[in-house]
Design a protein around this ligand. Sequence first.
Ligand SMILES: [Zn+2]
Length: 499
Amino acid sequence: MLNALHTPLRLHKKIILFIFVSLVLLHTWVPAAAAGLNDTDVLQQRQAMHSSAVNDIQATSMVPYYTIDGTVNPDPKKLTFTATETIVYTNRTSVALQNIGLRLYPNLTDVGGSCILTTVKVDGSVVTPKYGPQRYFVTVPLAQKLAAGKSVTLQIGFTTTAPTNADSNLFGTLVWDGTTLSMPYAYPMIAYLRGGMWDTTIPDSKGDIVSSEVSMYDVTLRGPSRGYTFVSTGSTLNTNTTGAEQSVRIYSGLQRDFAFALTKLIKKSQTVAGTTINVYGPASRASVTNAALAAAVAAVPIFNARIGQYPYNELDIISVDAGDFWGIEFPSFVLIEQDQYKINPDFEHLIVHEVGHQWFYNVIGNDVQRDAFVDEGLANYTELLYDQARNRATDAAGTIRYWKDDLDALRDNGNDGIVDQSIDVMSDDQYSTLSYSKAALYIDGVRLQIGEAAFATALKSYFTASKYRNVDGTAFRSAAQTACNCNLVSLYTQWILLK
Ligand SMILES: [Zn+2]
């Protein structure tokens, strides 16, 4: 994400290595068919993937599989999403799970909406969930432990309600702004496992708030047809309009979570390298919508070439009149705060940064609360890759200078700190400088030490090895060390682990 913390222009703990390696091995070991996934599901899910990535569906198996069917009501007096959800969840850890953890993001005080569960069933039997603080984390009891490799089916009824006119006191992503009903994480989501334990912590909203496993979604949304379009993660394969009602069937492919909006904004589209990019903006600002589209259309092929092929057919960017953030990434779905369309002199880099997150956040996942620098440092670095690929030497130099000045300012104030720490122990200044500027300077330090050829190899091998997984900072370091046949531990320690 980028927010007001990232002034002036720019602007989401370590997992122990052996756990990471264990998870990688577990991913490798699982059999080649996702639980609950029939041949029709496979065919449909493949359709959301870029032609080069369709076989990833079968190769990346046993991921959580969500089927959601619901109705959206954008009446300002309602602002509801009422749905049923089925989650087929397979225990991919090596230990039995006592229960299943769910997260209800709309209930977070900082998000300001609500998600009320009306029924919860486990393998067909009604259970009584237990709620944590803010009714965010939910413990779903199991009649018996879920052994490693075994699956369970949750059936949940829920209603999510969005706040109106989220202001700077709210995170602002879940919102009705009069034109768009923005509904990210509007459903009960499987919680994040860290070292075999459900993460029950209330996320700190100075950064990204969703860490998750790659999953697949089959979503049916119903809502009013007149003037409204559904925009979402993944691809819409069927649309039916009957009178004043429409319904859409969406398949996500392999994505980290699911976001959608119902909007009356105007769409501008272009297809590049097999991916259709849609930008939704106000009719009164068509030139800026076009500029956002141009930046995304330029960025995607650059990142395809430098990092790896964007594995989806679609990428949506939508403006919203929200609150606190400038831009925030969701899987194949980006929210841009509407004011940025007119006030941000570096609007192009804002778009590029959020597009870059599709590689570093969505395809390659990380713990965005404990290891924010893993995706933010590289998403920041994509801005430099973009400038350089477009032969904008002055802009590229300016980008690096900004990172250095930002870090110098933090040091001058005596606030330099460890990059690899949980964002809730950082001040706002530390978070914005350490996770973004200092982490990007570390990436540049790697590049300077290992040279252009090895750095180019490292970016690509990092993407290939980490695709659809969750990693920490050691994954990129390993890719770079292999590429240069050298040791980068002291560089990593200096930039990331020490002040
Ligand atoms: Zn970011």
